[in-house]
Ligand binder design. Structure first.
Ligand SMILES: *Cc1c(COP(=O)(O)O)cnc(C)c1O
Length: 420
């Protein structure tokens, strides 16, 4: 199947088989797993040619057969995942990494240098926050944030502060954001990136962390973003049994990531790539089921007297800013959201300890329903005033709805809420 044909197919169809041709796998219906760290060259000349193509790229018009060197530089299962992910994200190219954080680290290191400023929404993933505002800060990169991702003036005001510190090179948007599930208008941020370009002469890259919705429910590149990062550990992997990350975009922006990952050692391994190819096949049915159950559970929680509030685009009122954004930017609600419980940390802990079916664990997007208390777990290392600004309180819980029967989940929530 060539690329043009893939563009005309539904994403659900691409997710099933795109990127693997049985003709290249001795007719095997499913992709073979190429479990090898190194690849044998038929001749010394071929070895030199393979390295020339790896380091310099093909000559204009040169057609090259896939050839491999060493697992960290690339391997057949990685090629398959990257083709499928690029097609799903509507991108020219994609790069696979050994975790979402490996992908984020590689993007930051490839596209930022000392003196640069980064604009980001708050909250965002605790690991990305730590990497940017603690580690990258040590290399002279500074982060600036806004909290209302639907308010252009708030974004522009934060962009002003960023530009005053150095060239604003990267706008990092996580929508919906971890852990609260608040949303950001990607198109609005892209327009602001254009305004910034006129002011400072260089356009900041707009990169979206698409982990919460994944490629089937949100296409950041179609909204004008330059790069789309996804923690494939979550919904794409879907079974809480692997760690992986992917970045999609133009070859011009993805190429440097591929080059850098071979030096950082952040490449995705064959076993993980193989598992992902398998998991992506069921992404659309898993997504549909989880979204439906999440909506049911969110409605139940919202009506419960011991729940102080639910943050979920699935519950956005028609006419609200969130609802308008959802219509423009997403094809579904996702199934991870947050809610606040009466009684602060003590109430939240009593509730968590009483749950029998829902599992108390970090991570999200797996087949099983997971719940966690972000302030004491995923966002433990984030300063308290910063968390408060991000809208994460001692009473906030993050729920990732899985594939169990929703009535069983609601029954468990009911008995645990009775004990708060
Ligand atoms: C989990 C997560 C990441 C990090 O991905 P890993 O695969 O765990 O490294 C990044 N962003 C978001 C929104 C996440 O939920």
């Amino acid at each position: 199947m060539d690329e043009d044909k893939a563009r005309k197919l539904h994403l659900d169809t691409i997710a099933v088989g795109y990127g693997y041709d049985p003709a290249g796998g001795q007719g095997a219906a499913k992709p073979p797993l190429y479990l090898t760290s190194t690849f044998v060259y038929p001749s010394a000349e071929h070895a030199k040619e393979t390295h020339r193509i790896f380091f310099e790229g093909p000559r204009p018009g040169e057609v090259v057969e896939p050839s491999y060197i060493y697992m960290r530089l690339g391997h057949p299962n990685l090629d398959m995942v990257e083709k499928r992910l690029a097609a799903l994200d509507g991108a020219e190219a994609a790069a696979g990494f050994c975790s979402g954080m490996a992908a984020i680290s590689t993007v930051f290191m490839a596209h930022l240098k000392p003196g640069d400023a980064v604009l980001h929404g708050l909250p965002f993933y605790g690991g990305a926050d730590g990497l940017l505002n603690r580690v990258m800060a040590g290399f002279g990169v500074r982060g600036f944030h806004f909290t209302d991702g639907l308010d252009g003036e708030a974004m522009r005001e934060a962009a002003e502060r960023a530009m005053a510190a150095g060239p604003l090179r990267l706008i990092w948007l996580e929508s919906p954001a971890n852990p609260t599930a608040t949303v950001i208008d990607i198109g609005l941020a892209v327009r602001i990136a254009g305004e910034i370009a006129e002011r400072q002469g260089v356009r900041p890259l707009v990169c979206v962390d698409n982990t919460f919705l994944g490629p089937l429910l949100q296409s950041p590149l179609a909204c004008g973003a330059d790069l789309c990062m996804t923690s494939l550990t979550k919904y794409c992997g879907g079974h809480s049994d692997l760690l992986a990350g992917g970045v999609s975009g133009s070859l011009e922006l993805v190429g440097p990531l591929r080059a850098l990952r071979t030096l950082l050692g952040t490449t995705m391994d064959p076993q993980t790539a193989w598992l992902l190819l398998r998991s992506l096949e069921t992404l659309s049915v898993r997504t549909a089921r989880a979204c439906e159950s999440a909506l049911k559970i969110a409605r139940y929680l919202k009506a419960h007297p011991k729940v102080a509030g639910v943050t979920f685009i699935g519950l956005a009122e028609p006419g609200s800013r969130e609802h308008d954004l959802m219509q423009r930017q997403t094809r579904g609600t996702g199934s991870t959201f947050s809610f606040r419980i009466q009684g602060g940390e003590a109430g939240a802990f009593r509730f968590l300890n009483a749950l029998k079916l829902l599992r108390l664990a970090v991570s999200l997007g797996g087949s099983e329903t997971l719940i966690c208390h972000p302030a004491s777990t995923t966002h433990y290392a984030i300063a308290r005033d910063r968390l408060a600004e991000a809208g994460v309180t001692e009473a906030t819980l993050r729920l990732s709805v899985g594939l169990e029967h929703p009535d069983d989940l609601i029954a468990d929530l009911t008995q645990a809420l009775d004990q708060v």
